[in-house]
Design a protein around this ligand. Structure first.
Ligand SMILES: NC(=O)c1ccc[n+]([C@@H]2O[C@H](COP(=O)([O-])OP(=O)(O)OC[C@H]3O[C@@H](n4cnc5c(N)ncnc54)[C@H](OP(=O)(O)O)[C@@H]3O)[C@@H](O)[C@H]2O)c1
Length: 258
């Protein structure tokens, strides 16, 4: 098996949650990881954790909804490493609103962070992957990439779009660059904490009741842990996964089976 030691990865939205867990898991395999997010102090703390565990990388501030910042991120990585082997488009956000009173700004915000960002970042880094005839692109999608739910029209449309982008590029980038998506159910991160707070605010349920309701959407009756998503990302990044492309792998305890 060809190892991942020395490979170069970028994980967006990696100061906490799923992104940080993926960055840590890749670093454990000897991958050099560039982590990005908007807040520098959180990023510095995340990089310190990775380095304390023996990993190597760099922290680069970047709001993935800003194309100038994406260009600067690209330039910094090109200068330091000359390109990437692994790109994890993870940064995302999942805000909700009933459709009758849906703010237009929320629609555009959800499309920008969950879909446009992956388009622009992939457009920046994929050409060099294609030229070097090696690359792994992993998009962190969602069960909302495959099924609808109430009050999440914009997030669902964006995450369905992310799956469309994944599938189209998987065909276009064959044979050397693979493009896959991971579709988690509710994961125990600050994003799910915000969902719980929102349920409490809108329904008057306690936070424990709200959390149980989310747990029950998973047949295993629990939230997914970030490291379970990270384990799939490491698998997709590896040499053994070179025949897997255009796939959308659910990590949801069996909630959805397609
Ligand atoms: N949690 C779940 O239940 C769940 C389920 C399915 C899919 N997902 C997907 O998994 C991904 C990660 O979710 P998570 O639960 O780990 O979220 P999280 O805990 O809220 O972490 C989000 C990360 O993204 C960064 N971020 C947010 N907005 C950004 C922006 N505009 N530009 C750059 N970075 C930004 C955050 O740092 P800053 O705020 O400092 O920028 C943070 O590092 C998202 O794409 C989400 O849609 C999550």
């Amino acid at each position: 098996m060809t190892s991942l030691v020395g490979k170069r990865a970028l994980v967006t939205g990696a100061s906490r949650g799923i992104g940080l867990s993926i960055a840590q898991a890749l670093a454990e395999q000897g991958v050099r990881v560039a982590i990005s997010a908007r807040r520098q102090p959180d990023l510095d703390a995340a990089l310190a954790q990775i380095e304390a565990a023996g990993g190597h990388g760099m922290a680069i501030t970047c709001d993935v909804t800003d194309t100038d910042q994406i260009a600067a991120l690209h330039e910094q990585i090109e200068t330091a490493w000359g390109g990437l082997d692994i790109l994890v488009n993870n940064a995302g956000s999942g805000k909700s609103a009933p459709f009758r009173s849906h703010p237009d700004a929320l629609w555009h915000q959800m499309i920008a962070i969950n879909l446009d960002s992956a388009y622009y970042i992939t457009k920046a880094f994929a050409p060099a992957m294609l030229d070097q005839e090696y690359g792994r692109i992993i998009n962190i999608a969602s069960l909302a990439s495959k099924a609808g739910g109430k009050y999440v029209a914009a997030y669902t449309a964006a995450k369905h779009g992310l799956l469309g982008l994944t599938r189209a590029l998987a065909v276009e980038f064959a044979p050397h660059v693979t493009v896959n998506a991971i579709c988690p159910g509710y994961v125990d991160t600050s994003m799910t904490d915000a969902t719980i707070e929102n349920i409490v605010e809108k329904t008057g349920r306690t936070s424990q009741q709200a959390r149980h309701a989310l747990e029950k959407s998973n047949p295993q009756n629990r939230l997914i842990e970030p490291d379970e998503v990270a384990a799939v990302a490491v698998m997709l990044a590896g040499h053994g996964a070179r025949g897997i492309t255009g796939q959308a792998i659910n990590v949801d305890g069996g909630a959805i089976m397609y």
